[in-house]
Design a protein around this ligand. Structure first.
Ligand SMILES: [Zn+2]
Ligand SMILES: [Zn+2]
Length: 139
């Protein structure tokens, strides 16, 4: 069923297709902006975020969003345009987390991500180990 939503970008109503949170017009604009940024970065590998933004006319926020979404990848020696891992602050090329953190988060999600949970399970494991040790002793 068609659903009408407000475009996250311009606020106008549009028919939500279940995927994009912005209207077709903004999506096209977004796509153009993305292409412009990508081309500029590929051609000017030393450009900073500000330079890219000024040259392409695309908001810095938007450029960062492209990077965070993993759509744009920083290539080659473009060290001026690095993102930081949201968890450990390490420089990354794309997405939100560095490889290690992404991996850890993935593992963390498996055994219940919450710090408290992790502490608790650690304690449980320790108790378990102690229990096994005690049992071994008794035997
Ligand atoms: Zn829109
Ligand atoms: Zn990290």
């Amino acid at each position: 069923m068609a659903e009408i939503r407000n475009c996250k970008e311009c606020g106008k109503l549009f028919q939500y297709n279940g995927i994009s949170k912005i209207c077709p017009r903004c999506r096209r604009k977004d796509e153009d902006a993305f292409k412009a940024v990508r081309e500029y970065i590929y051609e000017n590998t030393g450009a900073t975020l500000t330079e890219v933004s000024e040259e392409t006319g695309v908001d810095e926020d938007k450029i960062l969003r492209f990077l965070r979404e993993g759509r744009l990848e920083i290539i080659g020696e473009n060290s001026a345009l690095l993102l930081e891992c949201e968890r450990c602050g390490k420089a990354i090329r794309t997405g939100r987390f560095c490889d290690e953190c992404a991996q850890e988060l993935k593992n963390g999600l498996k055994d219940g991500f919450e710090k408290v949970d992790r502490l608790k399970s650690k304690g449980d494991k320790q108790r378990e180990r102690m229990y096994t040790a005690e049992r071994k002793k008794r035997r």
